[in-house]
Design a protein around this ligand. Sequence first.
Ligand SMILES: [Zn+2]
Ligand SMILES: [Zn+2]
Length: 167
Amino acid sequence: MFKLHAGECEHCSSTYRYSLWHSGFGETSYAYCDTCGQLATCATARFFPAMTPPHSPTYQVIEEEWESLLAPCSCGGSFSQNASPRCVFCQKKLSAEHAAGHIERNSLGASKGWRWQRNWNGIYCIAMEDPKMPGVLRQMIDPFARPWEAPRRKPLMRWPQMLSFSR
Ligand SMILES: [Zn+2]
Ligand SMILES: [Zn+2]
């Protein structure tokens, strides 16, 4: 389902493996953990229309209002729109500029002039392979904190919107 590529950490020179995701394909938005850098992907408005804060961007980093809707990371940290992925070996924040070197080198599109976004909040996000479990990505999917309670914002809109997607 996903391709793993090798990248190198600019801090400890370790080689880690990662998978680059295009948020539009899975219809997700995402955030990284502010402590360990793990990726969380969240289904967007299409699946949780009533949970979506107004003007919520899709297919990129989450809106700040989503942060409180998400459960803590498995490490105890918080998913934040301002967090960065981290090296799985030294836990330091990775530079998007530095990562652009190997991301573009590893991408077929780069030879045709494709340039990676060079930030951690655009349409592409990355999940890191767990070094203790080869082939397993460190990622949490839809870690909504209390989906059964959400949202308080527009309860009446929930069913009509959901039904409109089930045609
Ligand atoms: Zn974490
Ligand atoms: Zn490192």
